[in-house]
Design a protein around this ligand. Sequence first.
Ligand code: GTP
Ligand code: MN
Ligand code: MN
Ligand code: MN
Ligand code: MN
Ligand code: MN
Length: 206
Amino acid sequence: MASGQLSRAEALACTACMHACHVMLYSDTKTQLFGKFPIRHIILMQMRFDGLLGFPGGLVNPSKETLEAGLSRELLEELGVALPVSVEDHVGSCHAPDSSSSSSSSSSSSSSRLITHFYVKKMEEEQIREVERAAASTATDHGHEVLGMVRVPLYTLRGGKGLGSFLSHAFIGNARSQLVDSLLRLNLVAPEELHKALTSSLTTHT
Ligand code: GTP
Ligand code: MN
Ligand code: MN
Ligand code: MN
Ligand code: MN
Ligand code: MN
């Protein structure tokens, strides 16, 4: 996946670009599904207003705020908590896949390309639960820009249900590969289990 990756500095050098920052918040957990399947990690994603799954975060204006301060501002809007994000949490930047047709308001498209910056932040399980509570109550974007937070199922059940069926949903931009790359890099799912889930995500789930 290294192709198309930019360093933070290279990315920021593009002053004509638009910049967006998103973060994967996660924790360990000892909880089990049905008292049987280890859940292992809580990973937060969101159902967006457009029906697509993505990570919390949004557009940042590097001439007015640092990437991390802008991301923290978006987290306050979308999660109801101004979580601090640091430069050390940054894992990569790249140009967004071109020609993302849809997008209701992108009449200003012409030449301003979008660079997406991705962050990962590990938290305590209780902090993640607090974020979930705030996102559903005090977050100003709740119910319109953000329809709800969701946890990613990391286990595989019979017939590829679980992670496989989750990955078969529709994702915004690069969000699906940001998730899959992070699962591998942080070893949150065993490579062979992830491979099975990816394969079964290509088949339909009913
Ligand atoms: P507004 O407040 O309505 O401007 O939205 P926002 O600032 O929250 O922006 P948003 O989160 O929609 O992100 C801006 C753009 O980044 C989107 O139009 C997508 O193209 C892209 N994007 C959104 N979420 C993700 C994500 O999780 N991963 C990646 N790679 N790109 C994303
Ligand atoms: Mn039940
Ligand atoms: Mn936002
Ligand atoms: Mn957003
Ligand atoms: Mn915004
Ligand atoms: Mn907004």
